[in-house]
Design a protein around this ligand. Structure first.
Ligand code: OGA
Ligand code: NI
Length: 325
C-alpha cells in the first residue's frame, strides 16, 4: 500500500526508504518469538535512527480525529479567551503560548501556537471548547499505555527485564505532557520556520500530525523530512533515554519547517520519569574504566527548569551534565 492510502486494514507501509517502522501489535500479541523480534527492531531503531514510525497501535482514528478538530477549535478562540492560559512557568498545569511571543534568539519569527498540558500524574485541561477535556483525558491514557509498553520493549532491548525501567524511573508516577502545536498556513503568515531544532526531555515522544508534514530529523548529518503516514505515530527517542542508556540511544534532534499551504496541527506527548526521580546512567550499564558514566545525575524536575533557562541562550542541558571522557 502506498503511504497515502488507508483502507482501514492494519497498515503495512514502506516509509521514506529507511525510517524504521515498528508494528505495535507484535509487541502485545503474546507470541514470544514475535515479541523478541520486535524488541530487537526497537533497539536497532533507537540505536541507528533515534526514531521510528509506529503502526497498528490500536488507538482509534476517530478519537485522534476528534482531538484534532477540538484542538483546531481551541486555537480559533479569541486572543482574549486564550489569555486565561497565558504561559508563566515550566510547571504551569496549562500553558498556552501565542505566536506573537515567539521570536527566538536569532530574531527568527516562529509561527507556532502551543497549548501545553500536564496530564499525568494529575490531569489538566481547559474546559473550553466543550468536550476537549474528556476527549484529551481518554487520549492521553491511551498514549501513555502505548508509551509504557514501548518502554518495556526498550528496557528488554537494552538487555534488562521488561519492568526494569519502570521500576528505576518510577514510571507509575510518570510526568506526561501533551503539547498541541498549531502552525498556521504559510499563506496566512509568510514564514516557514515552525520550531527550531531541539531534542525532547523524557524517554520517548509520541507525535501525531494532522496529515500535513513538516517534521525533519537530523540523520547522518542531514535533515530528513518525515512524510505524513496515515494513522501512524512518529516516535522519537529523547534526552532521558540517552542519559539512562549511558549514550547508547541518543535523544533525536528534530525541527519543524512549514512548506505546506495547509495548517499543521500536531499532538505531541512527552513521557518522562516521575518529577522527583534522579536520572543518571543505569548502574547496570556503567562499570569502572571500561564503561564510565557519560552523564551526571540530575533530578528530572531540575532538568526541566534547567532546559527552560538554557534554551533562551541557545544551550542544551547536556552542556551542564555531560561528562567529557
Ligand atoms: C515538540 C515538537 C514538532 C511538531 O512539540 O516538541 O517537536 O512538528 N513538535 O509539532
Ligand atoms: Ni520536540
Amino acid at each position: 500500500m502506498s503511504p497515502n492510502e488507508s483502507n482501514g486494514e492494519p497498515t503495512s507501509i514502506e516509509v521514506q526508504d529507511s525510517i524504521p517502522v515498528i508494528d505495535y501489535s507484535l509487541l502485545t500479541s503474546g507470541v514470544a518469538n514475535e515479541r523478541s523480534k520486535v524488541v530487537q527492531d526497537i533497539g536497532k531503531a533507537c540505536e541507528d535512527w533515534g526514531c521510528f514510525m509506529l503502526v497498528n497501535h490500536g488507538i482509534p482514528e476517530t478519537l485522534i480525529q476528534e482531538m484534532m478538530d477540538l484542538s483546531d477549535e481551541f486555537f480559533n478562540m479569541t486572543k482574549e479567551e486564550k489569555l486565561e492560559f497565558e504561559a508563566h512557568g515550566v510547571f504551569d498545569p496549562i500553558r498556552c503560548t501565542s505566536r506573537l511571543n515567539l521570536v527566538n534568539q536569532n530574531k527568527d519569527m516562529l509561527w507556532r501556537e502551543c497549548l501545553r498540558l500536564i496530564v499525568h500524574p494529575d490531569f489538566n485541561c481547559p474546559k473550553k471548547p466543550l468536550g476537549l477535556s474528556e476527549l484529551a483525558s481518554d487520549y492521553v491514557k491511551r498514549t501513555r499505555a502505548v508509551a509504557m509498553e514501548l518502554v518495556k520493549g526498550v528496557s528488554e532491548s537494552l538487555g534488562f527485564e521488561a519492568s526494569y525501567m519502570n521500576h528505576e524511573l518510577n514510571l507509575d508516577a510518570s510526568f506526561q505532557l501533551l503539547a498541541i502545536n498549531y502552525y498556521p498556513s504559510i499563506l496566512e503568515f509568510d514564514a516557514s520556520l515552525g520550531l527550531v531544532q531541539h531534542t525532547d526531555h523524557g524517554l520517548l515522544t509520541l507525535l501525531y500530525e494532522n496529515g500535513v508534514s513538516g517534521l525533519e530529523v537530523l540523520h547522518n548529518g542531514k535533515w530528513v523530512g518525515i512524510g505524513s503516514v496515515p494513522n501512524a505515530f512518529f516516535i522519537l527517542s529523547a534526552d532521558h533515554l540517552e542519559i539512562f542508556s549511558n549514550g547508547k540511544y541518543k535523544g533525536k534532534l528534530h525541527r519543524t519547517v512549514m512548506k505546506d499551504e495547509r495548517k499543521r496541527i500536531t499532538l505531541v506527548n512527552t513521557n518522562g520519569p516521575s518529577l522527583d526521580t534522579i536520572v543518571g546512567p543505569s548502574t547496570r550499564l556503567v562499570d569502572g574504566e571500561n564503561r564510565p558514566p557519560r552523564f551526571l545525575p540530575m533530578k528530572y524536575s531540575e532538568y526541566l527548569e534547567c532546559q527552560t533557562r538554557l534554551v533562551t541562550a541557545g544551550k542544551h542541558p547536556f552542556d551542564e551534565i555531560r561528562i567529557h571522557i
